[in-house]
Design a binder for this molecule. Structure first.
Ligand code: GRF
Length: 215
């Protein structure tokens, strides 16, 4: 499907949101960003949205510290759908989304994660990468499914890991790539010229029969 409007969910400082706003301003993002919703009233992302003239709202995430569910989940879905949102970007959103939310936006929730998935899902991915001793890390833009950081991969970028890296220095190197690939991945999803084959997100020219002839 092609999309009409982008909604962004965030929990923190909002640098990926800023990258999306910049991409939109440069004409690299065809979808308008119509609302930014945060689960914390002090999320920097809300200020960034407000400064850009985008509707910014804090919504109660409900009693769970890690998930969005129950009445709160329904309210978040309603806030998005009532504004025409068809594609949802998680830009540093630190809650697990469950089946009802994902069903409201089928194959239309995308996350940015600071590792080369499937390595190092979950929190503190940059610290996990350093502790493991990998020489290359990076970031992954992926569709969101019920498994944590487990959905089909839309885009990835790699960065080297240096001997003197700290979690902070590695995070900064990865973040620069996040800001590049996240808008690109969202634009790719927005344009709709893609299809899922198993876990693979593929370009979507006319489908071909197994004999190799165009169908
Ligand atoms: C980023 O590292 C992103 O990969 C992760 O959370 C962080 C959010 O940073 N999911 P920001 O709020 O976009 O600056």
């Amino acid at each position: 499907m092609t999309h009409q409007a982008l909604g962004v969910l965030a929990s923190g400082r909002g640098s990926n949101l800023q990258a999306l706003l910049d991409a939109r301003a440069r004409g690299h993002l065809s979808l308008p960003i119509v609302v930014v919703i945060a689960d914390r009233p002090d999320a920097g992302a809300l200020d960034i949205a407000g400064n850009a003239g985008v509707e910014a709202m804090h919504l109660d995430p409900g009693p769970s510290k890690t998930r969005l569910d129950g009445d709160a989940e329904r309210a978040w879905i309603e806030a998005l759908t009532s504004r025409g949102v068809t594609l949802v970007a998680l830009a540093g959103f630190l809650r697990v989304l469950k089946a009802p939310f994902l069903a409201a936006f089928p194959e239309a929730v995308v996350n940015i994660h600071p590792s080369l998935l499937p390595a190092f899902p979950g929190l503190a991915a940059q610290r996990q990468a350093l502790d493991y001793g990998v020489r290359v890390s990076g970031c992954t833009a992926h569709l969101v499914t019920e498994g944590i950081d487990a959905g089909p991969i839309v885009a990835q970028a790699a960065v080297p890991v240096h001997d003197d890296d700290t979690p902070e220095s590695l995070s900064a190197r990865i973040l620069a790539e996040e800001h590049r690939i996240f808008p690109e991945a969202i634009e790719r999803l927005a344009r709709g010229a893609w299809r899922l084959e198993g876990r693979r997100v593929l370009e979507s020219p006319p489908s071909r029969s197994t004999s190799g002839e165009a169908t």
